[in-house]
Design a protein around this ligand. Structure first.
Ligand code: NAD
Length: 296
């Protein structure tokens, strides 16, 4: 049994914390929302009134908050985790944030003598509930080896992607490709329809030919060919447009910072911005097909 502080118990954090509790760990829960903490307490967690009180006597801190500024404010400064955690506490930040912030916070933690990993996830709320998330983990070998047994409880695949920030780097690179391949998969149906091709026939060809990819063969953006895809459920998310847009913006910042040439990533960010700004941010990200097919 490990004593764990869990900070940020929203859509993802709560089911992740529940899996830690089910595995017999002691979870001290803190969130800015008292209602959210109450849900964790109902599942067996111990309520904490502040970040600092959450840290009392724990061996591991797991954080799952929205974005880079939240992570910075949690870890840095006088009232932050780094200043107030006990010796040898391990820090695991599972939030999806920008690479630069992940590296800045890791550097501060390491300087203060702590092990820390950035461990963003893929798999969504469903994966968090079933404990089958994929964790992409950046940090030292030692930090990774310490984090792995905790991550194993919440995930199905735990991949060490390199040094600090490389978990975030892998996550945003993967999601940039996901956006590009979803737009590409959508475009073949918009063109195919104009050319008189039946959706199912085009799917049967492309999903078994060199154009095949996950966005097409598992998450097809047109209704019909893949019964489980959100296209058959009025494009209800799934993975929302606004979540994809967040990740594309992180990819764009990273590309700008490093001078990487990612024109399709940049164009994807523009298309998802257009979709979000037209009031469809809550739609599944495969709904980009509807925009391209002039239905939105
Ligand atoms: P959420 O908004 O549901 O939950 C975030 C929680 O963090 C909220 O309860 C909020 O009150 C809390 N919080 C914010 N700042 C805090 C602070 N300083 N101290 C304590 N609590 C604080 O978000 P979510 O959907 O659970 O996503 C969390 C992270 O996981 C995000 O970075 C997101 O991009 C990433 N992610 C989400 C999904 C998904 O499907 N929801 C999938 C993969 C990755």
């Amino acid at each position: 049994m490990t004593k764990i502080a869990f900070i940020g118990l929203g859509n993802m954090g709560l089911p992740m914390a529940k899996n830690l509790l089910s595995a017999g760990h002691e979870v001290h829960a803190f969130d800015l929302s008292e209602e959210t903490v109450a849900k964790a307490v109902a599942a067996g967690a111990i309520a904490a009134k502040s970040v600092i009180s959450c840290l009392d006597d724990v061996e591991v801190v797991v954080s799952m908050v929205p974005a880079g500024p939240h992570v910075k404010s949690l870890y840095l400064g006088d009232k932050g985790i780094i200043e107030n955690a006990g010796k040898d506490t391990l820090f695991i930040d599972c939030s999806t944030i920008d690479v630069a912030t992940a590296r800045e916070v890791n550097t501060a933690a390491t300087k203060a003598g702590f092990d820390m990993v950035d461990a963003p996830v893929s798999g969504g709320v469903g994966g968090a509930e079933t404990g089958t998330l994929t964790f992409m983990v950046g940090g030292s070998e030692q930090a990774f080896n310490r984090a792995k047994p905790i991550l194993d409880v919440m995930g199905g695949r735990i991949i060490h992607t390199g040094g600090a920030g490389n978990g975030e780097a892998a996550k945003i690179c993967n999601n940039m490709l996901l956006a590009i391949s979803m737009i590409g998969s959508s475009e073949i149906f918009t063109l195919g329809r104009k050319l008189g091709l039946d959706d199912q026939v085009l799917f049967d060809v492309a999903s078994t030919s060199s154009g095949r990819c996950w966005s097409l063969d598992t998450y097809c953006p047109v209704p019909g060919p893949v019964p489980t895809s959100p296209a058959n459920n009025d494009y209800k998310a799934g993975f929302a447009v606004d979540m994809m847009l967040k990740d594309l913006r992180l990819a764009k910042v990273a590309a700008d910072d490093t001078g990487a040439n990612t024109p399709l990533g940049a164009l994807s960010e523009q298309l998802y911005t257009q979709l979000s700004e037209s009031g469809h941010g809550g739609l599944d990200f495969s709904g980009v097909f509807q925009m391209l097919d002039e239905k939105l």
